[in-house]
Design a protein around this ligand. Structure first.
Ligand SMILES: Nc1ncnc2c1ncn2[C@@H]1O[C@H](COP(=O)(O)OP(=O)(O)OP(=O)(O)O)[C@@H](O)[C@H]1O
Length: 250
């Protein structure tokens, strides 16, 4: 289900969220192109999850404007939910269901027909190299495999955009790199990828990276551009440079 909209798939203009007197997301503006891999970085408490929840149609903004896949976050939140995939830190696969049962369950939730689910399941298992594990309980899979499966399930209904909230927590850089092969494949098919991460190796893999500090976007560019801007050689240093001045660190 791709959007017919031409131009940015995600667009924010001074998007703001206040909780009482506290401004968690402070007038952020940016646009993300179709097929782009957009890294959304910031220290704990910077406001990333709040911003992401607004873009997913899960939390009403206070002010500003934003659209995702051509739908308005204020008035068309339900339409947004149909056109996005979402993978949270604690991805929502059922540990006590098998690989195949999980895929069938989510395919059903996304409204796919049984025949389509069967066909797509076979293709998915083949792509992930999990054919032999189709009847294995998800709870007994290694964490890296669960993450890959959760990502694939988030893409099962062919969304225009996939939001990934720290999708690779707790695995080693090699397993993260394998996960990123799947991200690149999805982006090459035109899926827009919006990803939060605390791993700077992952920041390097993004097309562009924004860095949020105390609710504001303090920097946004390609990784090479950010390093040049701050006169440093790693994304770690860029991040430390910006996050050091933060007030709302949790
Ligand atoms: N429902 C809420 N009510 C009041 N304050 C909130 C609420 N949700 C978030 N906040 C505050 O907003 C700020 C931003 O939180 P948010 O979870 O968006 O940060 P984050 O950048 O995603 O951090 P993390 O990396 O830890 O997930 C924090 O200070 C948090 O305490």
């Amino acid at each position: 289900m791709k959007t017919a909209a031409i131009g940015p798939v995600i667009r924010c203009e001074k998007l703001t969220k206040r909780f009482g007197a506290f401004t968690a997301v402070d007038a952020i503006s940016f646009a993300v192109a179709p097929g782009e891999i957009f890294g959304f970085l910031g220290a704990n408490g910077a406001g990333k999850t709040t911003a992401m929840r607004m873009l997913c149609g899960l939390l009403g903004p206070t002010e500003g404007a934003a659209s995702v896949a051509g739908f308005d976050v204020f008035t068309q939140a339900e339409r947004i939910k149909q056109h996005i995939g979402y993978m949270s830190q604690k991805f929502s696969l059922y540990e006590d269901l098998t690989v195949r049962e999980n895929i069938r369950f989510y395919g059903g939730i996304y409204g796919l027909k049984t025949a389509a689910i069967r066909e797509k399941t076979d293709a998915l298992l083949q792509r992930l190299g999990l054919e032999a594990e189709r009847n294995t309980l998800v709870g007994s899979l290694p964490l890296g495999w669960k993450q890959k499966l959760a990502f694939s399930v988030a893409l099962f209904h062919d969304p225009a955009v996939v939001f990934l909230d720290e999708p690779t927590g707790g695995v080693d850089p090699i397993t993260r790199r394998q996960f990123w092969d799947l991200i690149y494949e999805a982006a090459a098919r035109g899926v827009t990828v919006f990803i939060t991460t605390h791993y700077m190796d992952e920041a390097e893999y993004c097309d562009r990276v924004s860095i949020m500090v105390d609710g504001k976007i303090e920097a946004l560019d390609k990784p090479a551009g950010l390093k040049q801007q701050f006169g440093v050689s790693t994304m770690d240093e860029v991040f430390l440079h910006l996050a050091r001045g933060a007030k709302n660190v949790e």
